[in-house]
Write a protein that binds this ligand. Structure first.
Ligand SMILES: *Cc1c(COP(=O)(O)O)cnc(C)c1O
Length: 510
């Protein structure tokens, strides 16, 4: 028996050295034990009557070290940007600078309340005002609404402003045009705001088909939603022409700015005729995603839409910073459509984003865009001979490299490549998006990865892709080294089991 056989043998515990097997807390804890010793409580007469609990509460009892170990073990089965490279496209999972965290924890920003008198939070309002200034300047727009709490929320904010502007002129247009390659939030936003959504086709080279768009414009079209750079990783070169056409037809231009990190400091959307655009602070300006913190999606507006932008906004006056919470015929938000949130937005994210912006400066932000694009092109060109890159012939990409499943062996798919990457220690890239490419694999390295990190990823992806092209059967059952193998992801998303089925608590709830 070779040593390899011994290594693959099952262990007594199910653990594999530092890879520890971990059961659910309901399986390791018991509702009859407790983490602390308390003296028996003297039995007094209960005054709960029929409300007294008849069954145990069903919470697992564990000691403090057992509890800490449980969650620490679970956390080690996770993957995050502080652990390794995150090639997810259309997400800009990047570095969350520690300086941002330090600034966000300063008590003057962290320990304040939205209902505090404004003269006690002048510094915080000053910070929001300064961030507003940077966002308006970087985008070449007229104003910004800071309150939306994510990109999708920002899209809704922009579309509601467009609707308010149309209503103000008594125009009941009902259609929003959205390119086929758009992120799902675009059509969802337009539909949620009450519009009929129609597709705009793409050209074979992956950009909006301008002729088809022009042919569709008319008195029923409220606006278009265009992502630039688009989700195929290409710059929409015709956006200025598109904006002029849309404006001439009486509509508005919404730009999905999720990919702004590829052009920040180099292109101002305002110069391209955009009327509204959200900026995901958690993409372009390095604030944490998902479990790491709330999102934040400020929306910049053109002069035409500014009067309709939502409240509140921060203004500088002779007496200091003011929080404008009511519309006023005199000011530039004279016809605000309402509010997006109860208060002012995500203060912690504003602090982090401004720290990032100020630590880079205008020249540093421009370099962010340049390096993000350089890194993506390095990935694209390095893998061009390995994977099919449908738009590589259109020229350099922007910040994302897009591949298809075109040359994988019969029976092998993008999913197999993604699962193989997990065994190599990488989070998979974005898969099956955008929908315009069959079996899409969208890789966004961002500017923060070194050449060594990119080379390691490229080597791993090339190796996995070669296995998928050669029809290596072991790839069909990858990942082999992850804590769990292939899950039914659709079932998990559609019918998540969120309750421990055997817990007395669940029974009690039934
Ligand atoms: C991320 C993203 C969105 C949505 O942004 P959230 O902040 O996740 O709501 C919209 N469009 C594109 C292209 C994106 O990448």
């Amino acid at each position: 028996m070779g040593s390899g056989d011994t290594a693959t043998a099952a262990t007594f515990t199910g653990n594999r050295a530092l890879m520890l097997e971990e059961a659910l807390i309901f399986e390791i804890g018991s509702d009859t034990t407790c983490g602390v010793d308390l003296p028996e409580t003297p039995r007094g007469a209960s005054r709960l009557g029929s409300l007294a609990r008849a069954r145990p509460i069903g919470l697992p009892g564990l000691s403090e070290p057992e509890t800490v170990r449980h969650y620490t073990r679970l956390s080690r089965q996770n993957y995050g940007i502080d652990l390794g490279f995150f090639p997810l496209g259309s997400c800009t999972m990047k570095h969350n600078p520690r300086l941002n965290e330090k600034m966000a924890r300063l008590p003057g920003f962290a320990d304040i309340h939205p209902l505090q008198p404004v003269d006690t939070v002048q510094g915080a309002l000053g910070l929001i005002h300064e961030l507003q200034h940077w966002l308006v300047t970087l985008t070449g727009m007229d104003s910004v609404a800071m309150s939306p709490k994510a990109g999708a929320h920002g899209e809704l904010c922009g579309i509601l402003a467009i609707r308010a502007a149309l209503e103000a002129r008594g125009d009941a247009r009902q259609v929003i045009l959205v390119p086929e390659s758009a992120h799902g939030t675009n059509p969802a936003t337009a539909a949620f705001a009450g519009y009929k959504v129609e597709d705009v086709p793409a050209t074979p080279e992956g950009r909006v088909d301008v002729a088809a768009l022009k042919a569709r414009l008319g008195p029923d079209v409220a606006g278009v939603m265009i992502t630039n750079p688009n989700t195929c990783g290409l710059f929409e070169r015709d956006l200025r022409e598109i904006s002029d056409m849309v404006h001439a037809a009486g509509g508005f231009v919404y730009c999905d700015g999720a990919n702004f990190n590829a052009i920040v400091g180099r292109v101002r959307p305002g110069d391209l005729g955009v009327d509204a655009m959200h900026i995901n602070l958690h993409k372009t300006f390095s604030t944490p995603h998902g479990g790491g913190g709330p999102g934040s999606g400020p929306v910049v507006f053109s002069k035409a839409l500014t009067p309709f932008a939502p409240l509140p906004f921060v203004e500088k006056t002779d007496e200091g910073f003011a929080l404008v919470e009511e519309e006023n015929a005199q000011d530039h938000h004279a016809s605000a459509f309402g509010r997006m949130v109860a208060f002012h937005g995500q203060m912690g994210m504003f602090t982090r984003a401004l720290s990032y912006i100020m630590s880079h400066g205008a020249d540093g932000l421009r370099q962010v865009a340049e390096d993000a694009v350089l890194n993506a092109n390095y990935v694209l060109r390095s893998l061009e001979g390995t994977l099919d890159a449908p738009f590589a012939a259109s020229g350099p990409c922007m910040h994302e490299a897009l591949f298809s499943d075109d040359n994988l062996a019969e029976g092998f798919s993008t999913l197999d490549v993604a699962k193989g990457l997990i065994d190599e220690g990488f989070h998979p890239m974005t898969v099956y998006f955008p929908l315009v490419v069959h079996g899409a694999m969208l890789v966004e390295p961002t500017e923060t990865e070194s050449k060594a990190a990119l080379d390691q990823f490229i080597g791993a992806l090339r190796s996995v892709a070669e296995r998928a092209k050669a029809g290596d059967p072991s790839l069909k059952s990858a990942p082999h080294f992850a804590p769990r193998r292939r899950l039914d992801e659709t079932l998990a998303a559609r019918k998540p089991v969120l309750v421990w089925k055997d817990a007395p608590l669940a029974e009690a709830a039934e």
